[in-house]
Design a protein around this ligand. Structure first.
Ligand code: NAD
Ligand code: UFG
Length: 336
């Protein structure tokens, strides 16, 4: 199929591009490079051995989107383009509503105008909010605790209303849990700008000597070892989840929200231990206060993805850490 990836040079989009291209799909990418680098395109072409059409542009540019959809006879769009910092979303909410919500509306308008009615949307487990029960299933009440999460929920709701208004649409909102890891080549991975907010990229910068130690945000939660527990998922598994969702859109109409997680939570200390094994060095750490807005533990009920998409995460925590380390190690030696 001819697939457009918005935000396709970012962390999850780039890995998905590799999986889709290897399955024989024609992948086209639009990205405004606000959180990625054009060099990633060269690395994608190295990995896939294919030339991938790339447009440097913004999803809020309706004319550009229409032209891309038309020129490449796009059949399905996977919409990764978005801003994702929880802290920044609180400090600058309009930036987030404009980019994430308005950006999605413009994309949908362009798709509607060009008659492209298959869409896979990058949503997040953050739409669930404080767990009423665990694991979160897709029926869990939706009450995001931050602006970023509200932008994801608003887009999900817009898409649900759209599918009710026109049964030709096939829309899948994928609620990602905590993606980490990298492609086995070490050529693509997560490349945050500035000081990372998230655990894995922070660990990578400590191990590469850019940051002195890891801050462990709380060791007194009611969890197995007192640190926060999350459902980490290998980004290549996540990428394969998109290929499965793409196949699903071919025989599905309407709107579905589907969790992409493994169903198994790991603590901050679990992740540190596994990474220490990968990097063969110990990670200096300092226990700090809990981070405001953090939940003690959450993880996915992963049955719906298995039943509807015939997909489940299959790579373990060690493989996630090995691949993150491999990427970080290559990055340190050969700047990309
Ligand atoms: P990322 O920042 O690495 O990738 C997003 C890409 O979109 C970047 O390349 C950026 O330059 C581009 N972009 C942003 N706004 C754009 C715009 N207006 N027009 C064109 N391009 C634009 O992030 P990621 O981790 O790959 O996440 C992809 C999607 O998944 C995002 O929507 C994010 O909110 C969502 N998500 C991510 C996580 C996570 O932990 N990484 C978890 C849940 C959901
Ligand atoms: N943590 C630390 N030190 C750090 C960073 C994180 O101890 O330097 C801890 C956190 O307290 C938490 C765990 O590591 O217990 C995971 O934190 P992350 O920041 O890596 O991930 P979150 O679960 O907080 O949030 C992530 C994304 C959100 C997304 C959410 C959805 O950042 O955008 O997953 O699942 F919405």
């Amino acid at each position: 199929m001819n697939i457009l990836l918005t935000g396709g040079l970012g962390f999850i989009g780039s890995h998905t591009a590799v999986v889709l291209a290897s399955e024989g799909h024609s992948v086209v990418i639009v990205d405004n490079l606000c959180n990625s680098q054009q060099q990633t395109l060269g690395n994608l072409e190295l990995i896939t051995g294919k030339k991938l059409p790339f447009y440097e542009g913004d999803v809020r540019d309706v004319d550009l989107l229409k032209k891309i959809l038309r020129d490449h006879q796009i059949e399905c769009v996977i919409h990764f383009a978005g801003l994702k910092s929880v802290a920044e979303s609180g400090a600058d909410p309009l930036k987030y509503f404009d980019n994430n919500v308005s950006g999605s509306i413009v994309l949908i308008e362009a798709m509607q105008a060009e008659g492209v009615k298959k869409l896979i949307f990058s949503s997040s487990a953050t739409v669930y909010g404080v767990p009423q029960y665990l694991p979160y299933d897709e029926e869990h009440p939706l009450a995001p605790m931050n602006v970023y999460g509200r932008t994801k929920l608003q887009v999900e709701e817009i898409l649900q209303d759209l599918s009710k208004s026109d049964p030709d649409w096939s829309i899948v909102c994928l609620r990602y849990f905590n993606p980490i890891g990298a492609h086995e080549s070490g050529l693509i991975g997560e490349l945050p700008q500035g000081i990372p907010n998230n655990l894995m990229p922070y660990i990578c910068q400590v191990v590469s000597g850019k940051l002195p130690h890891l801050n462990v945000f709380g060791d007194d939660y009611d969890t197995k070892d007192g640190t926060g527990e999350r459902d980490y998922i290998h980004v290549m598994d996540l990428a394969e989840g998109h290929a499965a969702a793409l196949a699903f859109t071919n025989h599905h109409q309407g709107w579905e929200a589907i969790n992409l997680g493994t169903g198994f939570p790991y603590s901050v200390y679990d992740l540190i231990s596994a990474f220490e094994k990968s990097a063969k060095q110990s990670i200096p750490k300092v226990v700090k206060e809990r981070r405001s807005g953090d939940l003690p533990i959450y993880y996915a009920k992963a049955d719906k993805a298995k039943n509807l998409l015939n997909w489940q995460g299959k790579r373990d925590l060690q493989s996630m850490c090995d691949s993150s380390w491999n990427y970080q190690d290559q990055l340190t030696r050969v700047p990309k």
